[in-house]
Design a protein around this ligand. Structure first.
Ligand SMILES: [Fe+2]
Length: 342
């Protein structure tokens, strides 16, 4: 029925395992499967796809000849996005497939927009002679501090993204100011400080980044009110921005740069404590961060994030796709299984 339209590329699989192999190799836009399959059941297959961050946003159309609402509930509960019972009406099937592919295309364009932003953020860090690992550490350590504070999952996700995006506004700062060898004049500092508000402006159009905006805007505020751009003080500075700031300073200190050696953890810790003494940093947060360092909490958070954070899947895919040579778009590709379904 779908083949007659001639607009899709099909990959057929006789078993669930064969379908998983195809999904490993190909960029697929829609999976059509039967409730009953020879090796992996339809619902189990759905659960596997929806439980894997690489495939969780892939639409699934489940088709069956089994009558009864209980089967439909089983399929939908397992993660099928649409459910059709045989006999199929060709025009209904085509309409459902078109709707699911439209949905997939919307997800892809959102991913593309995020990819562009994260690519920009990486470009900024590279200009600043930092590596991708700097952002990764920043994101992970911020989440570790957030976990220790008992923050909610959406707040932790915002922290992770903030680790990559906080300095994105530097893309609009001229090289002569960002990398000038001389001390900045007051006029140049005025421009430099604008990277906070410029970054916020760049990310504001993306609704999904709304929780990250306070981090981008306020990560240079100081506890005593002497920071920028708003001169906020104490707990008026958004908590997520205070967290990221401490981690950012620490990581900058322990990283080797063209103009400085890498500080030891102990040296970096004492710089942070000195800054608390000057009234610049949140004393409780710094002391919690230092205690996490000594308890090796940061490393365990890294493995926690790695295992299962579906909320970050879109961002991690974006980062992955930047690092990979993507071969072909795979647009309009449909995987159908088993063969008898269509
Ligand atoms: Fe910054």
């Amino acid at each position: 029925m779908l083949r007659s339209a001639g607009q899709y590329e099909f990959f057929e699989a006789a078993t669930g395992r064969a379908a998983l192999d195809i999904l490993d190799r190909q960029a697929i836009d829609l999976v059509i499967l039967d409730l009953m399959m020879p090796d992996i059941s339809g619902p189990e297959f759905c659960r596997r796809l929806k439980g894997n961050r690489k495939t969780q946003l892939l639409p699934i159309l489940m088709i069956t000849s089994m009558q009864g609402a209980e089967h439909e509930v089983l399929g939908i509960d397992a993660g099928a996005d649409e459910y059709l019972t045989k006999p199929l009406h060709p025009s209904v099937l085509r309409a459902r497939v078109r709707a699911l592919l439209r949905h997939k295309s919307a997800i892809d364009s959102l991913d593309e927009a995020e990819t562009i932003l994260f690519a920009l953020a990486q470009a900024v860090e590279a200009r600043d002679s930092y590596t991708a690992e700097h952002c990764q550490r920043l994101a992970t350590y911020s989440v570790a501090l957030g976990v220790a504070l008992g923050l909610s999952r959406p707040e932790l996700v915002a922290l992770y993204r903030g680790g990559f995006l906080h300095d994105i506004g530097k893309i609009s700062i001229p090289d002569s100011i960002l990398h000038g060898s001389k001390r900045l004049t007051e006029a140049e500092w005025v421009v430099m400080r604008q990277h906070t508000t410029r970054g916020e402006q760049i990310c504001r159009p993306m609704k999904s980044l709304a929780p990250v905006l306070p981090i981008i805007r306020s990560h240079h505020e100081k506890w005593d009110g002497s920071g920028y751009p708003d001169g906020q003080s104490g707990e008026n500075i958004p908590l997520l921005a205070r967290i990221l700031q401490i981690v950012d300073i620490f990581d900058a200190l322990i990283t080797e740069r063209t103009y400085k050696r890498a500080f030891s953890v102990e040296e970096a810790t004492s710089v942070l404590e000195e800054e608390v003494g000057r009234g610049w940093r949140d004393p409780e947060l710094v002391s919690l961060f230092v205690s996490l360092l000594s308890r090796k909490m940061l490393e365990s958070t890294a493995s926690l994030i790695d295992t299962d954070w579906p909320e970050l899947s879109s961002m991690l895919r974006s980062l992955q796709s930047m690092q990979m040579n993507v071969q072909g778009s795979g647009a309009g590709q449909v995987i159908a299984m088993p063969k008898s379904v269509i």
